[in-house]
Ligand binder design. Sequence first.
Ligand SMILES: Nc1ncnc2c1ncn2[C@@H]1O[C@H](COP(=O)(O)OP(=O)(O)OP(=O)(O)O)[C@@H](O)[C@H]1O
Length: 261
Amino acid sequence: MAGPVRGAPVLAARGLVREFRGFRAVDGVDLDVAEGSVHALVGPNGAGKTTLFNLLTGFLKPTAGSVRLGPHELAGRSPEHVARLGLARSFQITSLFAELTPLQHVELALAGRTGLGWRFWRSDKALRRFSGRAAELLEQVGLDGHGTTPAGALAYGRKRALELALALALDPKVLLLDEPTAGMGVEDVDRTVRLIQRVRETGDRALTVVMVEHNMSVVSSLADRVTVLQQGRVLVEGPYAEIRHDPRVVTAYLGDSNAAH
Ligand SMILES: Nc1ncnc2c1ncn2[C@@H]1O[C@H](COP(=O)(O)OP(=O)(O)OP(=O)(O)O)[C@@H](O)[C@H]1O
């Protein structure tokens, strides 16, 4: 295998298959994500990145194969169950409430983790118990100073930062980012790269990150390892510096406009 692997795999897929009416969007994928690493999933349009991502997070059930997070089998479990076991995703759905502030959002996310249900925490007083940790998380994503602005009034990049804080509130072992810089201008892209770097390094242990990302400069800045998919299969896997010049990768991307980003 090319390049150093930083730690034991924390997330491992074996023989993952997902068919849509007989068409194999993911076709026998093995994936090892080392603990504490940033692992990027890349590939031309239609390669199966989103489908694989959805299989890892429980949003899709595999036709065959397994996904393990430490000792836990994830395949077939609901997204909520997968999140509780320590795998959280962010950036996929804008699920913010326009009238609620970032502080309230994060307090609710922290309260939701207690398993006591949302109703229990409906009063402001009950939620205040989480305000210290919520403020810390907002600081971690660079939203200190915006804690009491209604989320609807936040700029796009800040909304994404808030979504990241909501995922971090779950205290995940592995954070999955679905195209974290999609739709962003250069400045927001740079800010998001710095944010992900910072978020990774701030906890008491290095967070493991898996991301689908089209922007190759983002991949080169962040990823320790890269898995290149093509037609539902792993084409190449290794550090960015190695895979970028691999002739199979260059051929796979020829004609794909995303490669130019
Ligand atoms: N729900 C579905 N029903 C039928 N076919 C699907 C479905 N979801 C994905 N596919 C097909 O599976 C293949 C892989 O799609 P997927 O979205 O996973 O690729 P991708 O690598 O994420 O592409 P992109 O970079 O364009 O987002 C494509 O051919 C797509 O048309």
